[in-house]
Design a protein around this ligand. Sequence first.
Ligand SMILES: Nc1ncnc2c1ncn2[C@@H]1O[C@H](COP(=O)(O)OP(=O)(O)OP(=O)(O)O)[C@@H](O)[C@H]1O
Ligand SMILES: [Mg+2]
Length: 297
Amino acid sequence: MPVVISFVSTKGGVGKTTVAANLGGLLAAFGLKVLAIDADVQPGLSRFFPVQYRSPQALSAVVTSGGNPSIDCISRTIFSNLDLVYSDTPDAALQAWLNRREDRLMILRRAMRSPLIEPYDVVLIDTQGAVGELQKSAAMAADLMVSPVKPDALSAGEFATGTIAMLDELNRLADFGESFRSGDLLTLINAHERTTNARALAAVLRQRFAGHPKVRVLDTVIPSAAAYAAAATARIPVHDFDRRRRFDNSAWNVMHRLAWELFPSLANVYTGSPRRAMVDVGTVNIRVGDVGQEALA
Ligand SMILES: Nc1ncnc2c1ncn2[C@@H]1O[C@H](COP(=O)(O)OP(=O)(O)OP(=O)(O)O)[C@@H](O)[C@H]1O
Ligand SMILES: [Mg+2]
C-alpha cells in the first residue's frame, strides 16, 4: 500500500502545490512510483508538469467512484514514475456532492486502498487553502499531512488557529475507532526570508508545538528563492532547475533534505544512476525499483 501524504492548510498561497509538485518530481526521480492527486477545485498541480497522456476522467470520478476508481482517472506526466489525477471540477459541485454524503470523510481514504492505487509507492494529495469537505476527506486519507507555513504573521496566525482547528476537529473523530484517525501534521516552514522577523516567527512556531502529540515542525526549512517560481514556469521539478550542489540552500539540496526527513530510509539516496533498494518509510515498508544513487559532487 502506498504512503499517502496530503498537503493541507486553511490558508491559501503558502506553497502546498509548489511543495507537492516538487516533492513528487524528486521522489519519482529517485525511482519511486508516485501518484499526484490534484484535489483543489482551482487546479494548480494539474498544470504544474506537462502531461504526456490525458485520461478521460479525473478527480470527480475518483471521489464519486464509491472507493473503486478506474484506470481512466490516471494521466501520465512526461516524467517517468510520475502520474497525475487532474482536477476537473472548476465549481463547487464536488464539495456539494460530498456535503450530501454521510461517509464524506472516508471517501478518499477508501479510494486510497483500491487496487488502482496499490501499485504506487507514494500518493501526494494537494488541496485547496480553505476549509471544506474535500480537504477533510484528503486529510483523513493521509498517513501524514504536510502543512507549509510562511513565516509571516498572517500565515503563522492562520496556521495556529484555522489549520490546527481542522486537525482538532478530525482528531475528535478518533473516538469512533482506529479507522477514523487522521495522520500526524508536519509543519513545513516555507519561503523563509533571511530576516529577523522570519527567524523569530519560525522560532515561535517551533516553541509552540514542541511536544505536541500530533503536530511536528520539520527541521527542513525551504528558503524563499526565485528558483521555485522559475522552475514552475519552466515546468520542471525545482531540484532539476537549481542543481547547485555546493550551495546548502540550493533547491537541489533543500528538496533532498525534505525527502530524507519525510522518508528517513531514503537518506543519502540521490537522483542519478539507478540501484535497487528496499525503502522503509516509518512503519510502512515500500519496495523501490530503481533508486538513484549519486555521490554529492
Ligand atoms: N520557497 C519559495 N520561495 C519563493 N516563492 C515560493 C516558494 N514556495 C512557493 N512560492 C510561491 O508562492 C506562491 C504560492 O505557492 P503555491 O501556489 O504553491 O501555494 P498554495 O498553498 O498551493 O496556494 P493555494 O492555497 O492558493 O492553492 C507561488 O507563486 C509560488 O511560486
Ligand atoms: Mg495550491
